[in-house]
Design a protein around this ligand. Sequence first.
Ligand SMILES: Cc1cc2nc3c(=O)[nH]c(=O)nc-3n(C[C@H](O)[C@H](O)[C@H](O)COP(=O)(O)O)c2cc1C
Length: 403
Amino acid sequence: MALPSSLNLAASQIQAYNLDDLRSCARRVLPKGLFQYVDRGTENESALRTIKASHESIMLRPRVLRGVSDRSMHTQFFGQASQMPLAIAPTGAAGLLWFDGEIEMARAAKHMGVPFILSTTSIVSLERVAAEAGGNLWFQLYMWPDRELSMELVDRVKAAGYETLMITADTPVAPNREYNRHNGFTLPMRISHRNALDVALHPQWFLKVFAKYLLRSGVPSLENYPASLRTSLRQSQTPLKSEALNWDDVKYLRQKWTGPLIIKGILRADDAQRALDCGVDGVVVSNHGGRNLDASLPPLIALPEIIDKVGSHMTVFVDGGFNRGGDVVKALAMGAHGVLAGRGPLWGLASDGEAGTRLALQIYKDEIDRVMAYVGARTLADLDRDLLYIAPLSISNQSRSIE
Ligand SMILES: Cc1cc2nc3c(=O)[nH]c(=O)nc-3n(C[C@H](O)[C@H](O)[C@H](O)COP(=O)(O)O)c2cc1C
């Protein structure tokens, strides 16, 4: 008999029965500015609401009496086994939530047999994550305005042994996250008169995370950035993005990168087709977890036409608001090959490091498994669109409680 998630061998002492419990725990331990950097969307947070509504508008039509005692959710991404149809999404500055957080997350992913995608804007360097965690590592690339520096970064990624490269295409300019400004939150994170009280109210976090970095090497920075870019980073206080990124860059990277290449941030079938035409191996249907373009379409709504266009020729992932296993099952039934999880694993990390991240992944696994049984699926191949009932979107004005 399976143990409830909170008792599982990931050995976390955290009492969490679902991802929302982990979110509550993260909220308690993190300074408000940092918690909101992870949690919130952008501008009016419409995208967060439509993501939620899109998940709720899809219902499952279970098949019964299928004999589901022998279930498996094993799959493969680009020829590599994955224990679940899920990968940890790239999330910048995860190392602010826990000391050496990116290493802890990658170790948890390795333990649970799923890919870990490291962000360009990680706190820990890509070389250390590869050396100290290992596992099935992918790297997410934000192209910098200086193309040559970006290509040097890609060379480092290759040399460190990352399997897969993911180009993020949905962030041509810095997003308008006004709450970060209200909270005095910047990247790299500084402690100033704007957030000193907030930090002082979270002494455990300060001692266990920030002070440890200060003692080891100074203010935590974005370690993948070469020295020349760190100066401009300090001045702009927001990670640099290339506004000029275009399909020629994708073609160039396709020639340069011999492993699997993915474009993240696709919401249109014609763009997915264009990626395929450039020789790209996969796309992530994503609106960046509702953190960039506030008026963007929820990924789950964009997904079917993208699957119909390219799904039999390339790997299609989706992300945004997948905080229940049942929602993952809906996307797979629609035809997605895998789901990326961003905030869920981060809440686990903030709660209890590697063990908390494992717990988050175990919760996904338990929930996916349970819902597969309910809909009569023994393997992922048993999930199909006939299991879905899709109602019109109904969007509530209710914001989540964050203050
Ligand atoms: C704190 C945070 C940082 C993120 N940083 C990046 C990043 O550096 N690169 C990127 O491509 N996406 C980034 N994302 C977006 C995630 O990769 C993913 O698209 C999104 O989180 C999925 O939604 P979810 O958080 O609801 O699962 C970030 C998301 C969060 C929450």
